[in-house]
Design a protein around this ligand. Sequence first.
Ligand SMILES: [Fe+2]
Ligand SMILES: [Fe+2]
Length: 277
Amino acid sequence: MLTIAQITDLHVTTGHDPLNQLRNEQRLRQVLRSIEDLKPKPVAIIASGDLTEHGEAQEYAELKTILGETDIPIYYAVGNHDRRDTFMDAFEGPGAQRDENGFIQYVVDFDGVRMVVCDTLEEGKHGAGFCENRAAWLAATLDAEPDTPTIVVLHHPPILSGVRWMDPKPDAPWIAQLADVVRDRPQIRVMLCGHVHRAFHGLLAGQVVATAPATSIQVTLNLTAVDMQKPDGREILVDEPPGYVLVMADEGLVTTHICVAGDFAPAVAYTRPFGFE
Ligand SMILES: [Fe+2]
Ligand SMILES: [Fe+2]
């Protein structure tokens, strides 16, 4: 059995945004502590995008310092708040690789499990892109090992959360493009996403899509209609605790746990036999 932790939407920033800086760094450190305390310790962390708030070099430097506090190997995907070139200047290595078209897409081989990291960033846009080139890379990559259990990672979820101001249009071309690639590929066990700052699950072309809560602030769960041009004063972000996902892979079975990060007191200890098998 092996475990991999997914962290997402770190939104690390610098001193010119002091409130976000302090909050997001504290929360990220809390998540890292929680992951470090897990038994067994995960073999890797995947950080699935929105690593920084503005995609600036100084923010990536700050991020590198914080993540340097753990010795668990970290792999990265980019999100809409990131900038590819600036990110790669700081992080190029096994956890940050470009495909032949310059997108940050690569494969990591764990013991019996493949992780395929995809790039849905359209620089300067909030929403996703997954063009023909990216789709062709993913198709070829999946074709290369059709029998190995595979985890696909991408920042933007290709399903609807119901939080309307965060959701893509259901008929967005990038979703159709991605659906065409993942359909009828039974080696895919789960598609891990971030971006919405909430945990939810759904299906795309028969594949399970699972999003992780943010390490930074969470999005308020309000599923009512919203006019994107008319602010109505609703709460859109909420100070719920930071979270992460723990992916468990065991002989081809893959399970995701949604985890809340924090220092919690133990409730009951195992001191007597359970009395059931
Ligand atoms: Fe985000
Ligand atoms: Fe995002």
